[in-house]
Design a protein around this ligand. Structure first.
Ligand code: NAD
Ligand code: WQD
Length: 341
């Protein structure tokens, strides 16, 4: 099938919405399917305000095969970007069956519909969680995957395996799994961003909500790790840069540049940044004081992980460009936008 139509599952979510903006700006025709389990219908208007183009959206659950089948019948996409999944690590420990059901069934349904309707390309949202605590840093795509420490993490392992097996069995499939590091920040327009539900688990929404007075105090989980300042290290990637990696991946597939029908890329900056560095930089660039204190380690946290992104840089022709300063400014601007809503 040769067209420029892209079906974006989970496209109303945090990373999906930023990717839809980049897709529209690159001239792709996009249809979003999302069940709005972790997003809002109003996200569509944010995207439209940025791109000036109409967003096509259908409220569909990817676990509902018949509904998906109709979407493929009507839209006949050449490519799929599959973001739709449940993603809260702690919740997945409490509700493993919900996580396996949602994340695995969604992918199996998408692949089944792709086979039936002749759609060949899929970009999949994987995660650096598949590396766990690597022995050697930074991690490359050859770094061995480690046994998952949560049902959520395990769904990423299993989904990667489902995709690898499908490529072997069904000759025409082309798959790129992007292993995201820690996506943060928001679109510079502050019209779309992350919409955490309840108390945020992730660092940046907790930081911005603390700065906004919604949370009283940020807990920094541990300062006794074997790192320069004792706090954990991550590779924080600007969400717009991450969105652009999807455009690069699609281009690679469509131009027949893949070296293998199943490819994996690390999508990170290559810079390891500590939790305390995040706090200090956020304070500095936004002219704020954050109320925080050091507390004990969070169960299950890994000490340090950051990407070696050179394979993605060289092969995808993509590179993270935003500075941490700009990204943390964008995160605060988005929080201010939410405060004014
Ligand atoms: P998000 O929750 O903001 O977006 C996911 C979207 O998928 C939401 O809009 C949700 O309503 C939708 N969705 C969930 N289940 C669905 C279903 N069955 N049918 C239709 N829609 C469904 O999350 P995000 O941060 O944008 O993450 C997108 C993808 O990237 C996920 O697969 C996630 O696991 C992966 N990922 C995220 C991170 C991160 O830190 N945010 C890191 C690595 C990988
Ligand atoms: C970042 C750092 C915390 C909150 C998770 C998933 C991973 C991937 C990305 C999807 C850690 C510290 C946090 C707080 C803190 N998601 N922290 N106080 O744990 O690296 O990764 O999101 O695939 O799978 O596990 O991200 O944002 O929760 O934490 O000190 O209130 O901030 O200890 O070092 P994490 P995070």
């Amino acid at each position: 099938m040769d067209n420029n139509r892209v079906l974006v599952t989970g496209g109303m979510g945090y990373i999906g919405s930023h990717t839809v903006v980049e897709l529209q700006e690159a001239g792709y025709e996009v249809l979003i399917v999302d069940n709005l389990s972790n997003s809002e219908a109003s996200v569509k208007y944010g995207i439209e305000a940025i791109t000036g183009k109409k967003v096509e959206f259908e409220q569909v659950d990817c676990c509902d095969y018949d509904a998906l089948d109709k979407v493929f019948e009507r839209f006949a996409p050449q490519s799929v970007i599959h973001f739709a999944a449940s993603k809260a690590v702690g919740e997945s420990v409490q509700q493993p069956l919900m996580y396996y059901r949602n994340n695995l069934n969604s992918l199996v349904n998408i692949l089944t519909a792709m086979r039936k309707h002749g759609t060949e390309n899929i970009v999949f949202s994987s995660s650096c969680t598949v590396y766990g605590q690597a022995e050697k840093l930074p991690v490359t795509e050859q770094t061995p995957r480690r046994e998952a420490t949560s049902p959520y993490g395990n769904t990423k392992h299993i989904c990667e395996d489902i995709l690898r097996d499908s490529v072997v069995a069904y000759g025409d499939f082309k798959v790129i799994a992007l292993r995201y590091f820690n996506p943060i920040g928001a679109h510079p327009s502050a019209l779309i961003g992350e919409l955490p539900r309840g108390v945020p688990n992730n660092l940046i929404p907790f930081v911005t909500q603390t700065a906004a007075g919604i949370r009283e105090q940020l807990s920094v989980f541990g300062d006794d790790y074997n790192t320069p300042d004792g706090s954990c290290i991550r590779d924080y990637i600007n969400v717009v840069d991450l969105a652009k990696a999807h455009i690069a991946a699609l281009g690679r597939m469509r131009q027949g540049k893949m070296k293998d029908s199943f490819e994996v890329f690390n999508v990170g900056t290559g810079n390891g940044v500590s939790t305390l560095e995040i706090v200090k930089t956020f304070e500095k660039v936004n002219g704020l004081k954050l109320n925080y204190r050091i507390v004990g380690r969070r169960a299950g946290d890994i000490e340090a992980v950051w990407a070696d992104p050179s394979y993605a840089n060289n092969e995808l022709g993509w590179k993270a460009e935003a500075t941490l300063e700009d990204t943390l400014r964008s995160a605060w601007n988005w929080q201010k936008h939410l405060n004014n809503k």
